[in-house]
Design a protein around this ligand. Sequence first.
Ligand code: 5AD
Ligand code: SF4
Length: 447
Amino acid sequence: MKIHIKTYGCQMNERDSEALAGMLTEAGHTMVDAEEAADVLLFNTCSVREQAERKAKGKIGYMKKLKARHPDLIIGALGCMAQRLGNELLNELPHLDFVLGTGQLHTLAPLVESIRADRRQVVAITESAEVLTGMRTHHRHAEGGEPDFKAQIAITRGCNRFCSYCIVPYVRGREVSRSREDVVAEARELAADGAKELLLLGQNVAAYGWGGNVNPPPSGVSPFAELLEELDRIPELLRIRFTSPYPTYFNDRLIAAITGSRTVCHNIHLPLQSGSDRVLAAMNRQYTAAGYRAVVAALRAAMPDVTFSTDVIVGFPGETDEDFRLTRELMNEVDYDNSFIFKYSPRPGAKSASDADSVPQEVKEERNALLLEDLKTRVAAALRGQVGTVQEVLVEGTSPRNPERWSGRTGTNRLVHFLPVADQRPGTLRQVKITRAGGVSLFGELL
Ligand code: 5AD
Ligand code: SF4
C-alpha cells in the first residue's frame, strides 16, 4: 500500500515516524509525500500544548472529505494525543480507522494489514515494554538516492521527572533505557550505511542507564558518559549530538566524556524553563537558578567554545513581572545561541492544570516577543564575533534558499554558507574561513 505519515511535535516524534516508515517499507509498503496519493494516512500526534492537539484534530477532521471520495482510505492517529484521548478521539473523529498509542507503535505494520482485511475500528493504547526494542528500524534513503548522512537513535523512552506543567510522563509513560549493546549495534549499522552524524534522543537523555530514579546522579558515575565513549570509537562517525538532557545530570564524569571525545559536539541544549526560583519550584524542576548557572559555568570552563540552546515557558501560573525579569536576565547572561520559547498551555492531567492559567494571553505574547527580540540581538552579536575565524563544518549540501551556495554546520551548530568548489561532498568535514555574518547564519570560503 502507499502510505503517508504526517508528524507533529518534537524530535522524538520525528524519530518515531522515521522508524515507522522503515518498518512499513520493510513490510513491503511504499512511503509517499502526497496525501492524495496515499491508501493509508497516518498522523503522528503531539500533546505538549493545546495548540498542537488542535492542529492535528483539525487536519484529521479535514480528511473526512478525502475519505468520502476514497472509501477504502485508512486513516490512523498515532502517538501522544492518540495515547491521551484513546476512544474519545474515535468519538470525536469517527472517520478514523484506528488510534495507536505511544506504547503500541511497534505493532503498526500488522495492525494496518488487519484493518485492510476486516475494516473494523481499533484503539490500541496499552503500555508495552516491546516498543523499547521494537522501534529500531530506519528510513534514511530518499527514493533511489543516497542515504542521509544524519541519523537518529532513541536511547530512552518516557520521562520520570513530572514537571508540573508537562503531559509527557502521562502520555509516554515511565522512563526506560535501551541496553548499551542494542544502542551501539544500531549505531554501527547506521555508520555502515553511511551515517556520519548521530543524534541521540530521549526526554532526558543524560539519565540514560540510571533506571529512572536518580536525580541528581552521584559524581564520578554516568552510564550516558560510558555510552558516548563507546559510540565515539565508531570510526565512520564524525559527530554525535544529543537532546534533551535535564540540567542536573551533567556531573564531572559526563562533562569529561564530552570534552575527551572526538565526536561529541560542543553545543548543548539545556532546558531552563524559568530563571525564577519560585517558578522553578512550582514547576517541580529540581534545580535553582544558581544551580543552573553552575552547570553552565562547569560546561563553559571545560569547553570555552561551547554554545547553548534552551526551552523556556512564559506565563506559567502566577509568573510575575519580577519572575519574568529574572528569566530574561539569566537568558541574556547565558547568551544562548537559540531558544525555544513557549507560552504556557494548561494540559488536563498535568499537575499545574489545576492552578488558574492566571497570566493573560497578551502578557504571554509580550514576554514571548521580548525574549525573541533579545535572542535576535544576542545571536547577531555572537555571529559577528565569528568573522575572521576558521571553523570546521560538516557539509550538508546546497543551501535551501539559494542553490548557488552550499552550507554546512559547525560543531557549535552554526549554519555556514559558502560558494561551492569542485570537491565538497555532503557528510564530509571541511575548514571554512568566516568572512561575513548575517542575522542568523555565517558566510565563508572553503579552505
Ligand atoms: N505549556 C507550554 N510549554 C510546555 N512545554 C512542555 N509542557 C508545556 C506546557 N504545558 C515545553 C517545555 C519543554 C518543551 C518541549 O515544551 O519548555 O521543554
Ligand atoms: Fe516534560 Fe519535564 Fe519530562 Fe521534559 S523533563 S518531558 S518537561 S516532565
